[in-house]
Design a protein around this ligand. Structure first.
Ligand code: PEP
Ligand code: MG
Length: 570
């Protein structure tokens, strides 16, 4: 039996597919001349096999996930069918007597490195594709079937040391019933994506990727934080029972969908959705979301092999606004850096990426990237209630600088005679201690706050949100974090401006109740959590939650806060 950190609710039972992160090893020494033709055949077969695999993946991804994601594999197909590339590999096999996989590796490395050196973003993007394709070709030369995350014949539970957000973005959600990773944390972006896809997930499970074998039957119970490998018949019965209970509860909670989240003494709390893609809007509405509280646009950027242009962003934003039918849609400007990489941006490696060129800092460094986004946001604002949210703010100067960019984007649209929304509200993420301290100043220059408790916890406690070694220190209920939230809420109240919490805390029932007690009137979360949070809010009075929160602020440790919440609200 294993356990870790449950990050996405539900119970699943399926066969394991273990993703190995090992590099393949093979003999690179020159082959005897009589084997040259054999190596060329191997390479040609590998190309044919790769074309077959990629065609299958591309068709499948297009059907299930749409044209944008399919374009990645379309690009791979174009590369693999490139005759010049094939001829170069064959020349290397003949001329240098390299075995097929070594020739592929050499040619691909040379091409990809040359592309990486180029200024042109489009060509840089092709370098990533080139390396991906190279890996596939090498595996096929060796007769190893590459693992595909996009197509599974049967239901599976993915077991991996880690899964990057971009790997998670192309998972076949109809077949992937659960995710278990050895690394990760409550607030890692893969965890957030699992919740948005409603795939039960447990992360930070020590030793799991070596202990579970391909084909093992795995019971994943994210409700009780339990993983059972090859369960016995009686364990199977129990898992089945729990799965039924979960489904039953979900059904009962569905009945709350159209009821307001109102405390028993009449305080109305707004519950909005955190989304990562326009495709998330419809499921969010089904869970009762009252708008989008956080659209993390970086996932749109991860699904493509080059930065989406203005039109593509505009279409994505417009689509969310249309789906939300007049309800507010808070769209955050690109927040990459930290754990979110975009290969085509060729971000330099940093010693401390979470303290580095992340979020708005990166956008300031790449003005054309920011201006393109702002133009798309302003244009989409014509169609509904868009509000712009700026991540990683740690000074008032940054807000002012951001507004200069916004003005520049407006005047360029004005100049070109393109319709745009004139007064889109601008809010900032409160996720650094500096932003908390500066909240009274920041709120005077902005229209709203959104508290990002994932980063606020990370930066307040100096605990890397990704580092499983210190996962126990990542205490969102630490009084230090709570005092920061209270200070922020009070500053916004003073100016009569709204404040939302959009970090993972908002989706955890007990924490959400505490946040309401601290004066937060809007919570934004992965839609999967909305029904449970709403149910809890309707059962409690705000007056009582305020008393509990006041007491919690006076406690010394996260454990004491937790114990208090469990005693009075659990
Ligand atoms: C946060 O930091 O709490 C937040 C909502 O932003 P992200 O998780 O995307 O960093
Ligand atoms: Mg954040």
């Amino acid at each position: 039996m294993f356990s870790g950190i449950s990050v996405s609710p539900g119970v699943a039972l399926a066969q394991a597919v273990v993703l190995s992160s090992e590099q393949v090893s093979f003999d690179r020494s020159p082959v005897a001349s009589e084997f040259i033709e054999r190596e060329i055949d191997k390479f040609k077969n590998a190309v044919a096999e790769s074309v077959k695999q990629l065609t299958l993946i591309e068709t499948h991804v297009r059907e299930k996930m749409g044209d944008d994601k399919a374009a990645i594999f379309e690009g791979h197909l174009m590369l693999v069918e490139d005759e010049e590339l094939s001829e170069t590999v064959i020349e290397v096999i003949r001329g240098q007597r390299f075995p097929a996989p070594a020739a592929v590796e050499a040619v691909i490395n040379e091409h990809a490195s040359a592309m990486e050196e180029m200024e042109d973003e489009y060509l840089k993007a092709r370098a990533v594709d080139m390396r991906d394709l190279g890996h596939r070709l090498v595996l096929n030369c060796l007769g190893i079937a590459p693992q595909s995350l996009e197509t599974f014949e049967f239901e599976v539970i993915i077991v991996a040391e880690d899964l990057t957000p971009s790997q998670a973005a192309v998972l076949d959600t109809s077949k992937v019933k659960g995710i278990i990773t050895e690394r990760g944390s409550r607030t890692s972006h893969t965890a957030i994506m699992a919740a948005s896809m409603e795939i039960p997930a447990i992360v930070a499970v020590e030793g799991v990727s070596t202990a579970i074998q391909n084909g093992d039957m795995v019971a994943l119970d994210a409700e009780h934080n339990q993983i059972i490998v090859n369960p016995t018949p009686s364990q199977l019965d129990q898992v089945e029972y729990r799965r039924e209970q979960f489904i039953l509860e979900r059904k009962l909670l569905e009945e709350l969908r159209d009821l307001p989240a109102r405390t028993s003494d009449g305080v109305r709390i707004k519950l909005a959705a955190n989304i990562g893609s326009p495709a998330d809007s419809a499921p969010a509405l089904l869970k009762g979301a009252e708008g989008v509280g956080l659209y993390r646009v970086e996932f749109l950027f991860m699904e493509t092999s080059e930065a989406p242009d203005e039109e593509m962003q505009y279409q994505a934003f417009k689509s969310v606004v249309d789906d939300m039918k007049g309800m507010p849609v808070v769209i955050r400007t690109l927040d990459v850096g930290g754990d979110k990489d975009l290969p085509y941006l060729a971000l330099p490696k940093e010693e401390n990426p979470f303290l580095g060129c992340r979020g708005i800092r990166l956008c300031f460094e790449r003005p054309s990237l920011l201006l393109r986004q702002l133009r798309a946001l302003l244009r989409a604002g014509v169609h509904g209630d868009i509000r712009i949210l700026v991540p990683m703010i740690s000074s008032v100067d940054e807000v002012r600088r951001f507004k200069e960019f916004l003005a520049e984007a407006q005047s360029s649209l004005e100049h070109e005679g393109i319709a745009y929304a004139k007064d889109l509200p601008v809010g900032v993420m409160i996720e650094t201690p500096a932003a908390v301290f500066l909240a009274p100043h920041l709120i005077r220059e902005t229209d709203f706050f959104s508290i990002g408790t994932n980063d606020l916890t990370q930066y307040t406690l100096a605990v890397d949100r990704q580092n499983e070694r210190i996962a126990e220190l990542f205490e969102q209920l630490s009084p230090a974090v709570l005092l920061g939230i209270k200070h922020t809420v009070d500053a916004a109240r003073e100016e009569g401006k709204p404040v939302c919490v959009c970090g993972q805390m908002a989706g955890d029932v007990l924490s959400a109740l505490l946040l309401v007690g601290l004066g937060v009137e809007e919570l934004s979360m992965s839609p999967v959590h909305i029904p449970r949070v709403k149910n809890a809010i309707r059962k409690h009075s705000c007056a009582r939650l305020r008393d509990i929160a006041r007491d919690a602020l006076g406690l010394a440790t996260a454990a004491e806060v937790k114990a208090k919440l469990e005693k009075y609200l659990g």
